[in-house]
Design a protein around this ligand. Structure first.
Ligand code: CFM
Length: 556
């Protein structure tokens, strides 16, 4: 039995071996040994090869499920056959607390036009109108959003025309999303489509004046397992005024007045960077990349925010909150470190968590030996500076790029170029994201759009102590004797954001990697042919990772 784990090159070779030539040529560009100093060019955001079992979702999932889904009082109607509405119903564990600005909560409902063959043949617009009227009668919402599924685009229903007509008839905001599942190559297309429509139809629609001194928007935080609640609490204690979150625990009114903020925070860069850029162009709001996953990264984000505003009182309060939280967290960190230090993690998640959650593992002294996104773009891996060199293919060209101009009435320059340069010198970088690769170890394997076969192979080759992925992978992985932590919906866990969330995560991972149950499971590749079991995975001795040279971890 080989006690040594393979080098990155050997592992890559093993992963690719099974593929026919053409497939291998493509996957070769998507599986890379990392170099944090000079991130290699990765093949990303391209079509999955048919026949491969990808973990990706569709554009409808990215739009309806991800960006629109977490809002509580925008009534969402799925125009399509019932399955799309049904399977996007409450599966993402978004939470919300209604308040006086948005007292309704429609999250527990799933509304669909339930298209039948009749509508596929003769058109579904009539049924959509009827559904909107019916929904309005029952709920009297302040806004209705219509999400398109594949057949809507295929048969040519004009959801936007229906939305305009209904807006006129009902006197409330009604808007549609052309987020047919087949758009683009993954849910990433749906994010972009959602950003565009939110920007066009919601941002700037409210007349209310938001009071508060240090006004911010939180973009790309979707309140899975209560993360937003933890972050909101930190903001409040430090003295920031949160105008809107896109879109965790958000209501229509919040989002409609978000143009009044003086700083946009971008957490999940992949799903919402479009919004940040459009807001900056139209209203003059600068944006800053933050990460509230991990103790060090949370502290860093809060400090950057306070320094952006530069107010002494705000800076002091922020420091006091950080100190108070770290005093509670440090003993937990020390305790779990004793049991988790040096253990190995792999993360294959969506478009930002594969990066963000590395900070939590670093806090615990664990090592990330491989990570990758399902649907991110090159900038999420290599950093924003590569954007000009990204080849735009036909799939991306199909997604609308809306032209945004400065709004002469609403534009207000928050920071001049000199002020921005001064802030950058002080470590407060605006409008930038350095990507995942610069933060990972040299020679760690970076894998884009990992598929089912490769996941199994990676576990066999590296025997990680924990594998982070989603529900599609979870039970397959656990049957191999390796714990799988779901980083999409957190299973029943969370929150994991901020300091409080970090403590939850440390404890949970500690339990997962140190429980003895895994020692009782024999992975399939060790099973003997005659039905007799070989030694369990955990009996295979320590990991040898000589080929990974450690780099001092830097937060984003
Ligand atoms: Fe952003 Fe997300 Fe993610 Fe995402 Fe997602 Fe998600 Fe994700 Mo699942 S918006 S890219 S499309 S952080 S639903 S809350 S966990 S794949 S890594």
């Amino acid at each position: 039995m080989n006690e040594l784990v393979p080098t990155a090159a050997e592992a890559k070779q093993e992963l690719l071996e099974i593929y026919p030539k053409k497939v291998r040529r493509k996957r070769e560009t998507q599986i890379l040994a990392n170099d944090p100093e000079a991130p290699p060019v990765i093949g990303a955001n391209s079509r999955t090869i048919p026949g491969i079992i990808t973990q990706r979702g569709c554009a409808y999932a990215g739009c309806k499920g991800v960006v629109l889904g977490p809002t509580r009082d925008i009534l969402q109607i799925t125009h399509g056959p019932i399955g799309c509405g049904y399977y996007s119903w409450l599966t993402r564990r978004n939470q919300t607390v209604p308040d006086e600005l948005g007292p309704e909560n429609y999250m527990t409902y799933s509304l669909s036009t339930d298209m039948q063959e009749q509508e596929i043949i003769f058109g579904g617009e009539k049924k959509l109108k009827q559904a909107i009227l019916e929904a309005y009668e029952i709920f009297k919402p302040r806004a209705i959003a219509i999400c398109s599924t594949c057949p809507v685009g295929l048969i040519g229903d004009d959801v936007h025309a229906v939305a305009r007509e209904m807006k006129e008839t009902l006197g409330i905001n009604v808007f549609g999303f052309s987020c047919e599942g087949y758009k683009g190559v993954s849910q990433s297309a749906g994010h972009h489509i959602a950003n565009n429509q939110f920007f066009k139809h919601v941002v700037g629609q409210s007349e209310r004046t938001v009071e508060g001194k240090f006004k911010i928007n939180m973009l790309g935080e979707y309140n899975i397992g209560g993360d937003s609640f933890v972050i909101e609490d930190l903001f409040q204690r430090c003295g920031f005024t949160l105008v809107a979150t896109f879109s965790g625990n958000a209501c229509y009114e919040d989002m409609a007045s978000s143009q009044q903020a003086d700083l946009d925070l971008v957490q999940c860069y992949r799903s919402i960077n479009y919004m940040a850029q459009m807001m900056e162009t139209k209203y003059g709001i600068p944006w800053m990349k933050v990460n509230f996953i991990g103790a060090k990264s949370t502290a860093k984000a809060l400090r950057k925010m306070a320094n952006y505003f530069g107010d002494a009182g705000l800076i002091d309060r922020t420091e006091a909150v950080i100190a108070e939280e770290l005093a509670k967290l440090t003993p937990v960190q020390a305790e779990v470190r004793g049991r988790c230090e040096g253990k190995l993690a792999m993360l294959f998640v969506g478009g930002s968590r594969a990066h963000h959650y590395q900070d939590l593992f670093t806090d615990m002294g664990m090592r990330v030996i491989s990570a990758g996104y399902e649907f991110a773009h090159r900038d999420d891996y290599e950093g924003r500076n590569v954007i000009p060199t990204i080849k735009v293919d036909a799939d991306s060209r199909n997604i609308e790029e809306i032209e945004v101009l400065r709004d002469p009435a609403a534009f207000r320059l928050r920071k001049t170029e000199e002020e921005k340069a001064r802030l950058a010198e002080a470590g407060v970088l605006l409008g930038d994201y350095e990507g995942m690769m610069p933060q990972m170890d040299k020679n760690a394997l970076v894998i884009d759009d990992i598929n089912h076969y490769e996941s199994e192979k990676m576990i066999e080759l590296y025997k990680p102590d924990v594998f982070c992925a989603g529900i599609k992978e979870k039970y397959v992985v656990q049957k191999m004797g390796v714990p799988c932590k779901q980083l999409h919906n957190y299973d029943i866990g969370g929150p994991y954001a901020g300091f409080e969330g970090a403590a939850n995560f440390y404890r949970e991972i500690d339990r997962l990697v140190n429980t003895r149950i895994w020692k009782m499971i024999t992975p399939p590749w060790l099973e003997k042919k005659n039905g007799e079991s070989g030694p369990p995975l955990a009996a295979r001795g320590p990991h040898h990772l000589a080929h990974l040279s450690r780099l001092a971890p830097e937060d984003d």
